[in-house]
Ligand binder design. Sequence first.
Ligand SMILES: *Cc1c(COP(=O)(O)O)cnc(C)c1O
Length: 431
Amino acid sequence: MEQEQNQLSQGSVCVQGGYTPANGEPRQIPIIQSTTFKYDTSAEMGKLFDLESSGYFYSRLQNPTCDHVAAKITALEGGTAGMLTSSGQAANFFALFNICNAGDHIVASNSIYGGTFNLIEVTMAKMGITATFVPPDCTDAELDAAFRPNTKAVFGETIANPALTVLDIARFAAAAHRHHVPLVVDNTFATPINCRPIEWGADIVTHSTTKYMDGHGGTVGGAIVDGGHFDWMANADKFPGLTTPDESYHGVTYAERFGKEGGFITKATAQLMRDFGCTQSPINAYMINLGLESLHVRMARHCATGQAVAEFLAAHPKIRYVNYCGLPGDAYHELAKKYLPKGSCGVVSFGVVGGRDAAAAFMGYLKVAAIETHVADARTCCLHPASSTHRQMSEEQLLAAGVQPDLVRLSCGLEDAEDLIRDLSQALDKI
Ligand SMILES: *Cc1c(COP(=O)(O)O)cnc(C)c1O
């Protein structure tokens, strides 16, 4: 059965990956809504606690429903092991904290999600883990200069939220590997349908499944996938958490016992999930899987609509600029051709002639697109950062943060493109 699933192409893995029912078993992934699992003898349960045999004992650590969904996402990304988390924030925190200890350092792209920037810049700094941020377009020399002897990981986003920059994954991976550390890539906006970072050299991939994977604005969640290529033991002195015995787990050395393929996720589960408990619920995992079943169909549609909307906006006299890597003039068009040949995503950002006030007024006239702090949903939504998420900032501060005062972020949903374009057109006519 596993063998048969390995032959499936990406779209079929979306539908059937991660779960192969035996004769007479449920066709859909069963929701195992149980905190705990029953055993006949204490000895059997003891072996599970010692990681000597695999099985379920408590759903904070592992649950069969969540594991089926994690296995599907792992197959989609071409990884060797994966896990679900309660949110994308938890996924990025676990991915980095599974590698770094107090006193360590991270090199990160400065074009990343605001929540992740806060996590690294503010909260992880309180834990003694510092970071150097570099522009995704920096030169190799600038990138190399950001590394320190205590650097343990490099972090970036395939397509950054909200800046829509495209990461040169192979170049960042090469830099990370020159310095003997792994590259962690947040692949939320591209999804494995449009880009598989592991194939370009990334070592660990993270997701906010809240976005396109769920795709319906219903479920907050996250995922981590290990590509299984990074050799922790070859750089043992840098990664003691993976390469020396964990006394809190009966002296297991994760990278030794579970290898390049499984050590990372086993440690994140046995140690971080045990202690932090950022667990996905079985019911929500089931919901995420419903989204995954149509991910390949939906992504193509989000991209086609994003492209049509971007082209309409780029030709409109009341639009000052459009950021969308599918447009030939876009600064990231060449990188997109390499990394995102099937399309990028449905998120388009643009500036309205007339500045901050015109942008806010324009959004008020939209009828199909709703004003929301969300993206990557079946329903089209939009946000004016200068009057919402960034409203406390002055004009100068906005520009320093890379947010133009007239910038509107539009997430194209699954409605018909002509309805979105008609809606944008009538709203632009009113300003
Ligand atoms: C939304 C988002 C996150 C955070 O995910 P949550 O599920 O909201 O915690 C992380 N990275 C990216 C790129 C995102 O878009």
